[in-house]
Design a protein around this ligand. Sequence first.
Ligand code: HEM
Length: 416
Amino acid sequence: SNNSIPQDKTLDNTLALLQEGFQFIPNRRKQLDSDIFQTRLFGQKVICMSGKEAAELFYDNERFQRKGAAPKRIQKTLFGENAIQGMDGEEHKHRKRMFLSLMTPERLDHMVDLTLKQWKDKVTEWEKAIDVVLFDETEEMMCKAACEWAGVPIREKEVNQRSKDLGAMIDAFGGVGQRYRQGKHARKRTEKWIKDIIKEIRSGKLNPPENTASYIIAWHRERNGKKLSSQMAAIELINVIRPIAAIGRYITFGALALHEYPETYKKLQEDNEEYSKMFVQEVRRFYPFGPFTGARVRKHFTWKQCHFKKGMLVLLDIYGTNHHPDLWEDPDDFKPERFKNWEGSPFRFIPQGGGDHYIGHRCAGEWLTVMVMKASMKFITTEMEYEVPPQDLNYSMVRMPSIPKSRFVIRKVRPK
Ligand code: HEM
């Protein structure tokens, strides 16, 4: 038995997870006064861990594997089935290099240019509108920019549906019933769309530039020399465009931060000493997005007198680590300045996973996310004017993922 790990003895906590959301692991960490505890979720024993040392352990490939970690329901909505998130060892490293090869400085700069072009077009459009729902709009503009960047053709009249589908896959990750079904259908439609594009590239009907994601993924060779199946290529290309669209959620939280902490607005506008970078880091730390990530114990081991049995599911608390009182001063205050002269720990600040991008499963799109957010936040404060009418800006800490109830409405938008 696992005597040395504090236990939450509730028969099964799956319901509690849905009722407590982002606070499920933090609540028990506090109650049990332990960064590691055992519980039952999804009908199995699960170890939950939080904090810097837990993150260091979690990203040890000798001790953990991703195979079998993500539930099928997450693969059928958010990830895609049998994709990079569930791979291990040399196969994973090889696939990961494919993703990271998309992220050269030139390509990242190009992504920023495409994003800014979207902002300029949108501001012109918004001038004529009464209310602008920023979350819907940013998801859509990031969808367009993502497709253009990735070499995926998208017609103006299909943008709305495609962007809604990418949004629905993201929205499904903590959802049951209707939200889950919508995510599943959205994935089916999107996979069909992108699979056809992969086939067109392979047949020479479509010729995207060689440095784009669609080209690189369509022609990628596995370690055995074979191309990916058109289905798998589609899934991995979606693993590029979907999370770029997801940046719209962070941009919306960034706009919310400007509104909730008005002292940050002027500082961001002036942007001295990398303030915009610090602001973006704080948005990624502060607001809830990824609640946790999971892996399975690869082989039996003992850590701090806790026994990890082969095959057990282990969850690393992302949100809770970013708010851990031992790691952050006043963790529940929004203070971009905390990132001044920051040492850049790969295990303490883990909004998009921790560890090393090449060796482990840390997010392939982290640099892109930071650059796009920085450019967007600077645009919002220096290139446009807007008002924020009264609305319900509360965001749930239970619903995963979360967004302000009103989806952040702005008004009287003008270019500056
Ligand atoms: C993995 C979060 C944006 C591509 C991950 C992980 C998280 C994450 C938590 C898993 C880390 C782990 O399990 O260890 C986010 C958030 C984003 C974002 C909150 C903000 C919108 C992006 C972007 C891209 C991207 C823009 C691509 C352009 C990926 C890929 C993986 C991944 C391919 C799988 C990596 C692997 O398994 O090795 N992301 N991500 N993400 N992300 Fe992101």
